[in-house]
Design a binder for this molecule. Structure first.
Ligand code: PEP
Ligand code: MG
Length: 898
């Protein structure tokens, strides 16, 4: 079995298809090398070795790969003409992690490995650059110390132990920038760093390059199980046994003087999707300088520079003039880079995110990957690639990440409110969207308020969880490729980076702009599309489905077989859903209509009534209100099917539980307070979710079913009179026995017949049931003999199959997921293994009795991508989901059919 794969010199053992084995980075390095892109030579230790490490331990694994690693290092030595650990002509290497999917900032990197007190002199001699050699040495100790030896800040208020030493020296020497250090300073730093390591770890810093290498390899393996990686994996549902590969590569240097540099570039705009080559670079710098956001980087292209200058502060523009674009500064290198970006995008047929280094006038490509992008950019890039005929329609649909569409379906700032708003500063538009929230300064406090904006000088991978919770992210430092920017775009989260005008004081928890001080808890708003930072809370509005997004949806409909309906309780919801392309309503929860102030009274009177007559009287009052609701919904749906469910929740939800309201009700109804109290006590249940609800209500209080049926049928007839068609589908909830359904069905049909008689007119309608009690799924064949359609209520079906109370599961589900008892929340993603079986059985048995039985789903799962795919595979006719998820479900429906 091969555990080590080599690449370099325009050849490679692996290729881009081997992502599972070589990790994304390793597979791409191999592929790039094979297609003639100049990548520094190196090799990849496979992800399988990571898994072997986890089960066999360090010693055994080193034994397994020792020989292959040694030979591969020798191979790099030959190609670079330098020797690992040699004091005259040393080869230095980088060690990076690389899982099969990109996990930004998750895993650790060590650069300049192979350095020690002798090697540094050799490097200085060979490059004729003592400054550079010592700078590389101090960077190496810093990174190796942090990543491998655990030299991290001890608490969140603490700064990095190495940074602290550097700050101290800067202060003493009266200098500001890292580049101001003299050779002597750097030598002092190296000494102090090593002392700090010894003090904290109790061991000398390793001087033997091979010890360093093995330490780094093991550290990469360990980082796969680090807190941040585990959090990210759980967030995305990536299994622990994927493991990470280790990429080892010859170092090339961007910090060898003014003829060197390093940068990051995108073949298209990751924020907007425009087909514009763009990126950032720094002269005389090493890789992490660009993303760390310590220096503000310069643009790759001349146009990029101009655009950037329009947004930048005067101070930044001044600095930019000292560092023009790469296109102007190194035209030959730019042309070459431009060629490679073109080759790579065409080769991978997707937008690429590339890293490059210029070492003493020679361009090296360090990495390429499919670039992270915002939802808007994803749609634009995909539709453009389709128009450019780089991909076909099916490929285009498959390039869309369903959940990312969500970003396009969320509010933007209201133009009017935006005009009146007070822009206090501007940063880089790092990740578009609108966010409004209260200021917090620490990632682990991102949930301190309901909506927060995380304000940081810069972010680091430790902040990931908080970034995910916050509504938006604002940083004072860093470019478009800073950690904050890249991660935010990946999350689809609004982000503004590099807002240099902000003065952030963590200790006092303040943010100062132009002498104005803002505090933790103050509202601010971010416009991630323009970079504007706005004082206070700005009103937002609903997005629209137009342009490329509309084209994409049309394309999805062309391939989709399963229909997408919506869950909507009001005409407004129905309209929103239709504008998102809903093909009907799969669930109208009628109880929501009773909660409005003027209706709840009539509802309460109905519940409190002691006699059938009293109940009927109260229901009479409710009838016109329900009827007009239904008319509104039918109108909005304009001829499409509308499923209306009869009253479902337990009655106690409607009665007042507070004394003041009870008194009010007693007065209104001219009954005693005690009578109200008695009724409330009588309705109380130990487990309302399994209590007197669903068709159990309709069967004990048939008047309710009668009234609701009348409202539905009369509404439909009224519309018919106005020349409009509507197709009501009346749905009975929580059925568990045939008789339960039968009694409701007979009542509904009898009521409808009465109305047809009265009106001397009729309409077509269906009577069906929800399948949400496990027993109903098991006897689905018997129910289907009577029912016109089934709709799976997977919320209740999940509750009853697992025996997890919907209302109480949040107390233990997070712990279950953390402990790995469950992979995901089954109320969010359908549990195919268990609940899914009941859905399959229910569908099969139902159709065995009635082959053309219409089957759908209306539980929350109807808008969740993997669950939608499951529904397609089960053979459902439609899924029904909340209006904002309709486009996502339409896309998944198409993807499933492809
Ligand atoms: C369900 O149980 O899945 C359902 C759609 O009904 P509700 O959520 O209203 O109980
Ligand atoms: Mg239900």
């Amino acid at each position: 079995k091969t555990r080590v794969y080599r690449f370099g010199n325009k050849t490679a053992d692996g290729n881009s298809k081997m992502k599972n084995l070589l990790g994304g980075k390793g597979a791409n390095l191999a592929e790039m090398s094979a297609i003639g892109i100049p990548v520094p030579p190196g090799f990849t230790i496979t992800t399988e070795v990571c898994t072997e490490y986890n089960s066999l331990g360090e010693e055994t694994v080193i034994e397994l790969i020792k020989e292959e690693v040694e030979q591969s290092i020798a191979n790099i030595e030959t190609q670079m003409g330098a020797t690992f650990g040699d004091k005259d002509n040393p080869l230095l290497i980088s060690v990076r992690s690389g899982a099969r999917v990109s996990m930004p900032g998750m895993m650790d990197t060590v650069l300049n490995l192979g350095m020690n007190d002798e090697v540094v002199l050799g490097l200085a001699k060979r490059t004729n650059n003592e400054q550079f050699a010592w700078d590389s040495y101090r960077r190496f100790i810093q990174m190796y110390g942090g990543v491998v030896l655990g030299m991290k800040p001890e608490s969140k208020d603490d700064i990095d132990p190495f940074e602290e030493i550097m700050e101290h020296l800067k202060h003493k020497r009266g200098i500001e920038l890292d580049t101001d250090f003299t050779i002597q300073d750097l030598q002092d730093l190296v000494y102090d760093f090593k002392e700090a390591v010894k003090r904290r770890t109790g061991h000398d810093f390793p001087t033997d390059p091979w010890d360093q290498l093995w330490g780094a390899i093991i550290a990469v393996f360990n980082s796969w199980n680090g807190d941040r990686a585990v959090y990210y994996r759980n967030m995305h549902g990536y299994p622990a046994d994927w493991g990470t590969a280790v990429n080892i590569q010859a170092m090339v240097y961007g910090n060898m003087g003014d003829n060197s540099g390093t940068g990051v570039c995108f073949t298209r705009d990751a924020g907007t999707g425009e087909n514009i080559f763009n990126g950032e670079y720094l002269i005389n710098a090493q890789g992490e300088d660009v993303v760390a956001g310590v220096r503000t980087p310069q643009q790759i292209t001349k146009i990029g520079s101009q655009r950037w200058a329009e947004l930048a502060t005067v101070d930044e523009v001044d600095r930019a003039e000292n560092y023009p674009s790469l296109e102007e500064l190194m035209p030959k290198i730019f042309i070459e880079l431009n060629e490679y970006q073109d080759i790579l995008e065409k080769h991978y047929r997707d937008m690429q995110d590339m890293e490059f280094t210029i070492q003493d006038g020679k361009l090296w490509i360090l990495q390429t990957r499919n670039g992270k992008r915002t939802g808007a950019a994803m749609v634009k890039i995909t539709m453009d690639l389709l128009k450019e005929e780089m991909i076909n329609e099916k490929e285009a649909l498959l390039l869309i990440e369903p959940n990312k569409l969500d970003e396009l379906l969320h509010p933007v700032f209201e133009p009017g409110a935006l005009k009146r708003s007070n822009v206090i500063a501007q940063g880089l538009p790092a990740s578009p969207g609108a966010a409004t929230g209260k200021i917090v300064f620490f990632a682990d406090e991102a949930n301190k308020y309901k909506s927060t904006i995380l304000v940081r000088i810069e972010t680091s991978p430790e902040d990931l969880e908080g970034m995910n919770i916050a509504k938006g992210i604002l940083t004072a430092r860093g470019g478009m490729t800073s950690h904050a920017a890249v991660v935010a775009r990946g999350m689809g989260k609004c982000c503004i980076s590099g807002a240099g005008a902000l003065k952030i004081d963590y200790k006092n928890r303040t943010l100062t702009v132009d002498g104005h001080e803002y505090h933790e808890g103050d509202w601010i708003s971010l416009n991630g599309s323009t970079g504007n930072i706005i004082e206070g809370k700005v009103a937002t509005m609903e997005p629209e489905l137009s342009g490329e997004f509309g084209e994409l949806m049309n394309l999805a409909d062309k391939y989709a077989e399963m229909k997408v309906r919506t869950n909507a309780d009001t005409p407004r919801d129905a309209e929103v859903a239709r504008s998102f392309g809903a093909q009907g309503i799969g669930l109208t929860r009628t109880e929501h209509m009773f909660f409005e102030v003027d209706r709840i009274k009539a509802m309460r009177e109905m519940i409190l009534a002691d006699t059938v007559k009293g109940r009927k009287q109260a229901l009479e009052e409710l009838l016109p209100m329900q009827r007009s609701d239904f008319e509104g919904i039918f109108e909005a749906m304009d001829g499409l099917s509308v499923t209306i469910r009869l009253l479902d929740p337990p009655l106690h939800e409607f009665v007042p539980h507070q004394l003041a309201t009870q008194k009010e009700l007693a007065e209104d109804m001219h009954i005693t307070l005690q009578a109200v109290k008695n009724k409330v006590a009588e309705l109380e249940e130990f487990n309302p979710m399994l209590g007197h609800r669903g068709c159990r209500l309709g069967n004990t209080y048939p008047e309710i079913t009668e009234m609701q049926t009348r409202a539905i049928i009369e509404a439909a007839l009224n519309l018919k009179e106005r020349g409009k068609i509507c197709r009501p589908e009346i749905m009975v909830p929580l059925v568990g026995t045939v008789k339960e359904f039968e009694m409701q069905e007979q009542l509904i049909r009898a009521t409808a017949e009465n109305i047809f008689e009265e009106r001397q007119d009729r309409i077509d309608y269906l009577v069906g049931t929800m399948i949400e009690v496990p027993r109903a799924a098991l006897i689905a064949d018997l129910i289907a003999e009577k029912a016109d359609f089934f709709s799976f209520g997977t919320n209740d079906l999940t509750q009853m199959t697992f025996g997890y109370s919907r209302d109480d599961a949040s107390k233990f589900l997070p712990i279950y997921i953390e402990k790995g008892i469950l992979k995901v929340d089954p109320f969010e993603v359908i549990d195919e293994e268990g609940v899914g079986q009941l859905v399959k059985i229910g569908t099969e048995r139902g159709r065995s009795a009635k082959p053309n039985l219409k089957v759908g789903i209306c539980g929350e799962h109807g808008g969740e991508p993997t669950s939608v795919e499951f529904c397609y595979n089960t053979g459902m006719d439609y899924v029904s989901c909340s209006p904002y998820r309709v486009p996502i479900a339409r896309l998944v429906s198409a993807q499933a059919a492809i």
